[in-house]
Write a protein that binds this ligand. Sequence first.
Ligand code: ATP
Length: 636
Amino acid sequence: KKKPPSFDPSSVVCWEKEKPVPFLFLCLAFDMINEESGRIVKTDIVCNLLRTVIYTTPEDLVPVVYLSANRIAPAHEGLELGIGDASIIKALAEACGRTEQQIRIQYKEKGDLGLVAKASRSSQSMMRKPEPLTIRKVFKTFHLIAKESGKDSQEKKKNHIKSLLVAATDCEPLYIIRLLQTKLRIGYAEQTLLAALGQAAVYTEEHSKPPPEIKSPFEEAAQIVKKVYSVLPDYDKIVAALLTDGVWELPKKCDFTPGVPVGPMLSKATKGVSEILNKFQDVEFTCEYKYDGERAQIHYLENGSVEIYSRNAERNTGKFPDVVAAVSRLKKTTVSSFILDCELVAYDRAKQRILPFQVLSTRARKNVAISDIKVEVCVFAFDLLYLNGQALLQENLRIRREHLYASFEEESGFFQFATSTTSNDVEEIQKFLDQAIDASCEGLIIKTLHEDATYEPSKRSLNWLKLKKDYMENIGDSLDLVPIGAFHGRGKRTGVYGAFLLACYDNDNEEFQSIAKIGTGFKEEVLEERSTSLRSKVIPKPKSYYQYGESTNPDVWFEASEVWEVKAADLTISPVYRAAVGKVDSNKGISLRFPRLVRVRPDKAPEQASSSEQVAEMYTAQKHNHNDKQDDEEDD
Ligand code: ATP
């Protein structure tokens, strides 16, 4: 049974089969998505968009998918847009025959350069009307823009942008600008695109017949594409395989490959040792130090080249030439290729001790020369995902660890295996936690060893539990939240923001939900810094995908742009805030008591903030704990 087509943007724009797909087609779909709020309908629109392209011009599917994901290449290729305001304003001014000053004034009013572009009519008389934009052309131009470097590159970028704007009509200027800024902001996430891609592939004629064991083809196809993307986040490869072999063959055609980073496995928070023993009652587990540094996935290819990827799959190799040298030197001669999962931690080799995360963040980000390095780094290795041509993801941790230990030499201060112990005695684990804290670690990560112990890419898994010392004194874990609004400061804080409205992210509805107002924990310079940074993110009105209570009236609203790690004393049910609404209480949300800022998390995108589901889980866990302990401590 096929789904009825609904919200089909192709009813508005037409083109001949096999001819390039007009860019307007994609832009109208973006408009439709923006107007809807439910995920199912949004998925339907994207599915119809993709189906139409597969049917008419499959050659254009790759650029359509990339632009829909607001990317131009896989994250690890490092080819990025994110064009700054200045170049866009220049291009816009020239394309419309207006002054930069006029554009800037309008930008201030509207708070969105895309909207300024949409409202600006070209006043330049054109001898010849430019050809309508196609998706191919826009995608190609975006690549040219991203690749421009060196002398005159700003000028060249501006000219490319101008050429697009001159040819743009209808709502196209809006999306050209937003795509260039990588702020599509139409309230949909990559997971929707992946689901839609799977569903669209079910419709393709040659491959539409699912194998007999598939009971709900649309749902299962969506799951297949999501899963494959988690081990091979590369649309070029996935789209090519979908078009030639169909969705049911996809897992066989697209697998884990060195050189393409997988999403790292993540852990869930727990409150204490007894909760861990309860959860892992009948399974073998191991406790490892939780180091506080930067997650890294190190790929060593057969040809001897090394790449280091961040938690977000960005290529970080240029930042850590010392790590590249260490792993190449310390791998055993029997090892010809590997993928290592580890934490890179700032380290004082003279004193043989771990340094805080903040020290690591002072290290330069690009083109670091070994001779210039001031902050030394030690690799703390905890997992091996690939060895000598074989993926180890499906092996259990005990086996992966045996391979890890057998493949590298340890060298103090350069490369060490994560310190671990295996015990199911409460006191011993407690003692091990204290040791971890003494060694400047954040706590422990407890991992299943044998059963349910495969490596789960991109997943916050119940098979990895984290235990931090301060869990006992605060709520289960810190939360990662997004500032979406602010209140002007008074008195000593005049000129900066005095408090901020924070939100968590709800994956089901793809929206940011208000959770608390935060005004404490800021050092003066941090407040100054955050205020300056967020001032450029002010928008005239809240986004349609912000959920907040009627009585919440911040002085300004922000584009969701950064993530803050926040601690709190307590989670409470609140009639004012909307976090996890419907999950614990049908009408009320969850809020934080005494929230305070711990640090900014530049490694996380807003959509990677704590989810409403995590907030609800933390609330429930806290309630149980309170009932157990009759905990009446007050914070602050
Ligand atoms: P946090 O803010 O607590 O670091 P997170 O959202 O970044 O949380 P979590 O899943 O909560 O990620 O914690 C796992 C992180 O801890 C990993 O991403 C990794 O960077 C770090 N880490 C340190 N030591 C280990 C270890 N032994 N095993 C796994 N991860 C570790």
